[in-house]
Design a protein around this ligand. Structure first.
Ligand code: BG6
Length: 470
């Protein structure tokens, strides 16, 4: 049972209401997730879509069918029909009380609604207040899409507005990275293997590096992306949440808060970032993207060094880079161990350091790079990689939105970000937002501006990502 102030949210949801059902995220992700939930038997309740568009139930179903057809390869026709039959539509302006009265009517006698807000952030508070005024939130959970604020102050202000109507336990803040199976695997690999724990600290690890790279540009998201940039779009949230799992202490109980408490402690120990250790880049051609300001200085690439002041991590730099139009679509985090000393083997050469990589995509997996004697008589070293591919091992399903929506329907908070962690992560990056420094141009298809290499100079070089075998 989830305690919500004096309210009790003790049953699974009996209706899912999606604000922003006609938007891009719904088209690309939500209908696919709903369809997959229908196939797996996880979707058993009505789904009410709300938007401004002049649609009716049939128009929504047509749109949903097209969205599923364009995102799912082999469709189970019966499951698709069953999912479509759950959909109904409420048209309305979010600023108008009458919209919420119509939503109330559409919910019928539902007692435990989940409201999913996939709408522009400027409308989050308006919708939550509208729901409150219509008396719809007493036993509700409200799922809020990212971004949650655009800096520390706005995240606090947004939260204060939501809290006028909702208890913290009713707010489920989405970071879809936390719903990725390989991200969940990080915690299991770290803590279910006793050989890792003794070496997972500053005595053995020299530095950590993380890359979130995409091999495409901003495409049709110019307006949104120009107002955020790489730091706000993926580093403050996705990258830091993953580093939280890499760096946290083991959770002590299997409840909604243990992992979130441990990540929070890790974030609290993170120093505020230093703008001198921050590099921003912008790919050539970004200024020509539709809806991007012609003189925009928004970064499409960011690289930063972060530091953590605690017993486990003091003195271990965490280097993070993320960007659009880089050479590959890949997302990984690597712990690089200390170099072995010069040895009386291997032709007087020092072996390279070991590294342990968690690959989130493509082909999720983990790899420990060891070294062995080169085969056939040569006395030098060569890499000997120990690799686990999660697709063959723990498996890759369910997909992030499918998992997170399913968790929301059961009031399971574990994979949603709490306000305290959101504030800590904004605290860490705030100096970079206040003093972003220049933005350096880079050519699409390269690893960002050359300045990103200076960031790691003297400590390491950015490792080539671990890519699937061709
Ligand atoms: C989103 C960002 O949160 O994450 C996008 O807004 C980015 O810009 C996306 O492309 C990356 O997610 P994934 O799951 O494709 O790695």
């Amino acid at each position: 049972m989830t305690l919500v102030g004096k309210r009790h949210v003790d049953k699974a949801a009996d209706v899912l209401t999606i604000f922003g059902i006609s938007g891009d995220l719904a088209k690309k992700m939500t209908f696919r997730a709903l369809y997959r939930m229908e196939v797996s038997g996880a979707l058993k309740i009505p789904v009410v879509g709300v938007a401004l568009d002049d649609w009716d139930d049939e128009a929504l179903r047509k749109h949903a069918r097209e969205a599923v057809e364009s995102t799912v390869k082999e469709i189970d026709g019966m499951a698709l029909e069953a999912m479509l039959a759950r959909l109904s539509y409420v048209q309305g302006d979010y600023g108008d009380d009458a919209t919420f009265e119509r939503v109330k009517e559409a919910l019928g006698g539902a007692e435990q609604p989940v409201f999913y807000l996939e709408i522009p952030p400027s409308l989050f508070a308006t919708v939550v207040k509208g729901l409150g005024k219509a008396g719809l939130v007493d036993h509700a959970h409200v799922v809020i899409e990212k971004p949650f604020g655009h800096d520390l102050e706005s995240a606090r202000a947004l939260n204060a507005e939501l809290r006028e109507v909702l208890e913290e336990e009713q707010i489920l803040r989405i970071d879809h990275y936390l719903g990725k199976e390989p991200v969940l695997d990080i915690t299991y690999l770290r803590f279910a293997n006793s050989i890792l724990e003794p070496i997972w600290n500053r005595n053995y690890i020299a530095h950590v590096q993380m890359t979130i790279a995409e091999d495409f540009g901003v495409d049709d998201r110019g307006r949104f992306y120009d107002s955020v940039g790489a730091m706000r779009d993926v580093i403050q949230n996705h990258a830091l949440q993953v580093l939280g799992l890499i760096g946290m202490e083991p959770p002590s109980r299997n409840d909604h808060d243990s992992i979130r408490d441990q990540k929070l402690d890790f974030f609290k120990a993170m120093r505020i970032a230093d703008p001198r250790h921050y590099v921003r880049g912008q790919y050539d051609g970004f200024l020509e993207v539709k809806d991007v300001a012609p003189d925009s200085t928004t970064e499409t690439f960011a690289a930063v060094e972060l530091e953590v002041d605690n017993w486990r991590w003091s003195g271990v730099p965490f280097f993070v880079r993320a960007g659009k139009n880089l050479p590959h679509k890949t997302s990984e985090v690597t712990a690089v161990f200390k170099r072995p000393p010069l040895l009386g083997i291997g032709h007087g050469k020092t072996p390279e350091p070991n590294r342990m990589t968690f690959r989130i995509e493509p082909e999720p997996g983990a790899q420990m790079r060891m070294f062995q004697k080169r085969a056939q008589g040569d006395d030098s070293f060569e890499p000997a990689d120990m690799t686990v591919l999660f697709e063959e091992e723990p498996g890759c399903d369910p997909e992030p939105y499918e998992r997170l929506l399913g968790d929301a329907l059961h009031g399971n908070h574990t994979l949603f970000t709490r306000q305290d962690a959101i504030e800590e992560t904004w605290r860490v990056v705030q100096p970079l937002l206040d003093d972003p420094g220049p933005v350096h141009p880079y050519k699409p298809g390269t690893w960002g501006p050359a300045e990103a290499n200076s960031l790691v100079n003297g400590v390491t070089h950015w490792a080539d990502p671990w890519l699937p075998e061709a």
